[in-house]
Write a protein that binds this ligand. Structure first.
Ligand SMILES: [Zn+2]
Ligand SMILES: [Zn+2]
Length: 371
């Protein structure tokens, strides 16, 4: 079938809206009509070369929609089901899935090539040839053939244009604080970066009972929004946050520092390592160019103060459990999703949407495929 998609053909290029040919679902695969797609910073990492991908590729890895058809052997979903896709697939049987680390599933090996796990592609174009789909999704398209490993069935009364955020940004941020950071009641947490992921780290830390949630971001509008999501203190610079944290904790330092800036730098990780106290943890969630070495700290301080620096993918969440859990928190009025969305765009407005993200104008933008 034909569908319209936003395709990247190389680094530092804008998205091109093209009509492409989409294959029918094969065994284990699902044809989805996309309802909404979130504008996550990771798609800009692809444009800027901070994620090394195969081109051409359809962008978009926060996806929500309705199942239209399924291929042979599909058991997780059926036509008509409402689905939020996880940006990382989970097969359920590999070493990682079967030991509670579904976010590290081996079926995710090709998500940056954008092929199915068997290395083949479902989108094609006469001029461009085989087209990948970022994270095996390619949410910036009106239809997509995805693997059932990526599909999480959700309650059909939930608005998909909001639920879509639970495919990446919300659990990544929330889980960075709650799962990876292990925030507990009474802790002091410092969060570097208050965008679409960082805002959810704030929300998660507040949920988990943190006494102080200190947010750091140079953009005033994001700092103001963070106060509505549960931050107790916000600062434009890491130096101001460090001074305040020192005072708030009577010199002990923070229990967790969560690094969720758009592009990770050595400075952010060094600031985070300095702001935490003894026995405490730095969580690194944001990415940078894989060739940049961004962790340079004193090994002796790490030993004598028993500090931990850990990476996390998808906030160490389990897609099948946490996507449903997050949405039920939303349904119960305990998780903010509507307030994360600053602006909606049509598929044709995708480049404007990403410019707004670069300019710091939005917490989260959403492509509304019905617009
Ligand atoms: Zn993302
Ligand atoms: Zn697996």
């Amino acid at each position: 079938m034909k569908t319209r998609a936003a395709v990247l053909t190389g680094y530092h290029q804008p998205f091109q809206i093209r009509e492409i040919e989409l294959d029918e679902p094969r065994a284990g695969e699902v044809l989805m009509r996309m309802s909404a797609a979130g504008l996550c910073h990771s798609d800009l990492h692809m444009v800027d070369g901070d994620n090394i991908v195969r081109f051409p590729i359809i962008g978009g890895h926060e996806a929500a929609g309705v199942v239209e058809r399924v291929g042979p052997g599909v058991t997780r979903v059926q036509p008509g089901d409402h689905v939020v896709c996880s940006f990382t697939p989970s097969c359920g049987t590999c070493r990682y899935c079967s030991t509670g680390k579904q976010n590290l599933c081996n079926a995710g090996a090709t998500i940056l090539e954008g092929s199915m796990p068997d290395g083949t592609f479902r989108a094609h174009d006469d001029e461009l040839g085989d087209i990948g789909a970022l994270c095996m999704l390619g949410a910036f398209a009106e239809h997509a053939t995805v693997h059932e490993f990526s599909c999480v069935k959700v309650d059909d009364w939930l608005p998909l244009d909001k639920a879509v955020l639970v495919g990446c940004g919300v659990p990544t941020g929330w889980g960075s604080a709650v799962n990876a950071g292990g925030v507990r009641a009474g802790d002091t947490v410092v969060i570097y970066g208050l965008g679409g992921v960082g805002m959810n780290a704030v929300q998660g830390a507040a949920h988990a009972g943190a006494k102080y949630v200190v947010g750091v971001d140079p953009v005033a509008f994001k700092r103001d929004t963070a106060l509505e999501f549960g931050a107790t203190h916000v600062f434009a610079t890491a130096a101001e946050a460090a001074q305040a944290t020192h005072q708030l904790t009577w010199g002990e330092g923070a229990d967790q520092a969560i690094c969720v800036v758009g592009v990770m730098t050595e400075q952010v990780i060094s600031d985070a390592f300095a702001v935490i106290g003894k026995g405490s943890t730095v969580v690194v969630t944001g990415v940078a160019n894989p060739n940049d070495l961004t962790v340079h700290v004193s090994g002796s301080e790490m030993v004598f103060h028993q500090k931990t620096i850990k990476g996390t993918l998808f906030g160490s969440s389990n897609p099948q459990y946490d996507i449903v859990r997050m949405l039920r928190l939303y349904d119960a009025g305990q998780l903010k999703l509507d307030e994360l969305i600053t602006q909606r765009y049509s598929l044709d407005e995708i480049n404007e949407g990403y410019q707004d993200l670069r300019d710091g104008k939005i917490i989260r933008g959403v492509i509304d495929h019905t617009k």
